[in-house]
Design a protein around this ligand. Structure first.
Ligand code: DON
Length: 304
């Protein structure tokens, strides 16, 4: 039975207390580090889970592939690719990592690229609050329910947003971002502060696995070619400077977030989500990575 298998897998990783909660966002540093959950959402709409799968936490960087998908749908490939590349950076998620000469962020999974794709969601000319609304609507469609924002996590991160503001000002200097770059960072941090559960994340991942159609609501959220682009970039860049280890050992397109969430999406099959707040040095959940290694080997999920 899948729930028994999941509970057993959680039991095996529970003893691992290595890693730290994200220290640079004070509200995240106080998260309960013992939380642990895992959920599977199949492309036929079945959802299975064990542990803390209904505990809310902020989506953080797991918003990035979904907002990339919205930007590609709303603006088209040419406009998005002109501003954000698809190459792994080999650097931490919060490094500047811009292409020399053009100032184009190397990919949409690092902060520089995600701040830029945030600015490309929705039609041209939206006000910052309207853009956040477009993104909240879009991510809610991926999840199949209305997502709420954690205002205190947003406020906490904004007080310490020096790196993201510095990155945004660099992007502004290259003309990759235009207008009020501080408002773009504020919107990007709001996007990262949307509250989700592991169950939601599994369904969001399953919507990617199901080629853009939410398997529970039946809604087509984004077109199929967009999903192919997003999963490809998740495969090469989703785990930052650990992406090569991940590709060889786990082999599933994936994305992590600093609140402890981790998703994987296997086309045509399954969306997987885990939640455990302690992070490794790359900013990826320690127990989440262990769980995915186990799922991949037990169920033969490696795409190669
Ligand atoms: O911009 C930041 O630094 C955070 N809001 C999100 C970073 C993140 O989740 C990195 N992922 N592991």
């Amino acid at each position: 039975m899948i729930p028994d298998y999941l509970a057993e897998a959680l039991g095996e990783v529970a003893a691992d207390t290595t890693g730290e909660t994200a220290g640079y966002i004070p509200e995240l540093a106080t998260a309960d580090p013992e939380r642990l959950g895992a959920a599977f959402a199949m492309v036929d709409g079945e959802v299975y889970g064990a542990g803390d799968i209904d505990t809310a936490f902020t989506i953080q960087s797991i918003s990035k592939p979904f907002v990339y998908a919205l930007a590609l749908s709303d603006r088209g490939f040419d406009q998005v690719l002109a501003k954000v590349g698809v190459e792994p950076s080999g650097e931490a998620f919060n490094e500047i990592s811009l292409e020399s000469g053009t100032g184009r962020p190397l990919n949409p999974m690092i902060n520089a690229g995600a701040i830029t794709t945030h600015s490309l969601a929705g039609p041209e000319g939206l006000q910052p609050a309207e853009r956040v609304e477009r993104i909240t609507d879009g991510l809610s469609a991926f999840a199949g329910r209305r997502l709420q924002m954690d205002e205190s996590v947003h406020a906490s991160e904004m007080e310490h947003a020096h790196r993201n503001l510095a990155i945004a000002h660099m992007l502004g200097s290259y003309g990759v971002l235009t207008g009020d770059v501080r408002a773009v960072v504020d919107g990007y941090i709001r996007q990262c502060s949307l509250l989700v559960t592991a169950r939601d994340l599994a369904i969001m991942a399953a919507t990617l696995a199901n080629r853009g159609v939410n398997p529970l609501s039946g809604e087509r959220v984004v077109p199929e070619p967009v999903v192919r682009q997003v999963l490809s970039v998740m495969f090469s860049c989703g785990m930052y400077d650990a992406a090569g280890d991940w590709a060889t050992q786990v082999g599933i397109p994936a994305k992590s977030g600093v609140a402890g969430g981790l998703i994987g999406a296997l086309p045509g099959q399954i969306g997987i989500a885990t939640f455990s707040p302690r992070l490794d040095s790359h900013g990826n959940s320690v127990r989440g990575v262990s769980l995915f290694e186990r799922f991949s080997s037990d169920m033969g999920l490696h795409v190669m």
